[in-house]
Design a protein around this ligand. Sequence first.
Ligand code: UD1
Ligand code: UDP
Length: 360
Amino acid sequence: MSNVLAVVGARPNFVKMAPVLEALDGEAEIRLLHTGQHYDKALSDGFIERLGMKQPDANLGVGSGSHAEQTAAVITGVEGDLGEHPADLVLVAGDVNSTMAAALAAVKLHVPVAHVESGLRSRDWRMPEEVNRVVTDRVADVLLCTSDDAVENLAAEGIAEGAKLVGNTMIDSLLRILEGVDREAVVAGQGLEDVDYALITLHRPALVDDPEQLRPVIEILGALAVEMPVVFPAHPRTTSRIEAAGMKVPEGIRLLEPMDYAEFIGLEAEARLVITDSGGVQEETSVLGVPCLTYRDSTERPITVEQGTNRLVGVDPDALDSAIAEALAASTPDSPPQIPLWDGKAGPRAARAVLEFLGK
Ligand code: UD1
Ligand code: UDP
């Protein structure tokens, strides 16, 4: 059997990687390496448990730091791990620092790289994730794409060989977890039975690290909270920035800890409206048929706007205010959109592409 080193590090990595590892089980020898980029249970171990992943074989413990510190620590750690445990392929997912750093460590050791969620492009070079995506794809050998536009983006960059349209593995995890979630109980657990509510996630540094950008958004959410409950499970980056800026969160906004994956999906599925800057949440709401407002100027996931329920608002408080009013005035879709290959079977397709590359 071939040896595959799968590297994960941050919250969305687990959700994207789990279905691929499950499908590779028994077909390849998997070593799971956690970089430790995320370390709080709510962003890390809680996901491993919920998704039924195997416990990581090792954790590099890189923790938080500047981009250079985090990236350098992951490169050094993955290089060391590959030295001790040679692999035929390194598998990475998404667009976080751990993704790019692991891919760089591998390519320098001439170990092939497979990238889950390849080819997405926001064309905003100031987003750290965009740098991570472009660099990872440039060195990857197997480029596993969620949608046609991703394959086209790669082709436009001269990358054709190795690109495979397999669908969205994050949706495999979503559909799987939904089967086991008692949505009514989750909603009741928050005291939200029989009421419309809005669910919020915001964590992009360009927004939350700048109090001048964040303050008007919090005010708009405060106004929304007068109309309906506003549930805001906040990333620790966001909470610490709100505290550091001495910002007063209006009463009515329920500022919570990051939520357990099953609970979050249950609340997301039943929400009247989701407001976010998350990549994954744009995709999940599209499949769930829940209206989503994305508070960003660009999205690397245009298919969620074209075929899903996502609306790109732009970073403009007035535009957000109007978009909220419009979304609440509009009816919700009768049935959720069907996006090609976002069907719960992307993990096995991704695994097949990896095994084919390995000659299996
Ligand atoms: C990272 C990713 C981002 C992804 C997000 C998912 C990069 C460049 N960014 O952003 O693409 O959308 O994860 O959630 O890789 N912190 C904790 N506990 C933790 C981890 C972090 O409190 O377990 C706090 C620390 O104060 C840290 C801050 O969050 O400085 C930011 O963490 P970091 O991993 O650098 O980036 P994220 O904002 O989480
Ligand atoms: N998520 C969660 N609890 C929360 C917020 C998000 O379980 O409190 C899940 C969400 O369902 C999605 C993933 O975390 O699967 C998205 O992660 P995040 O928004 O941090 O990263 P991004 O997708 O922006 O890279």
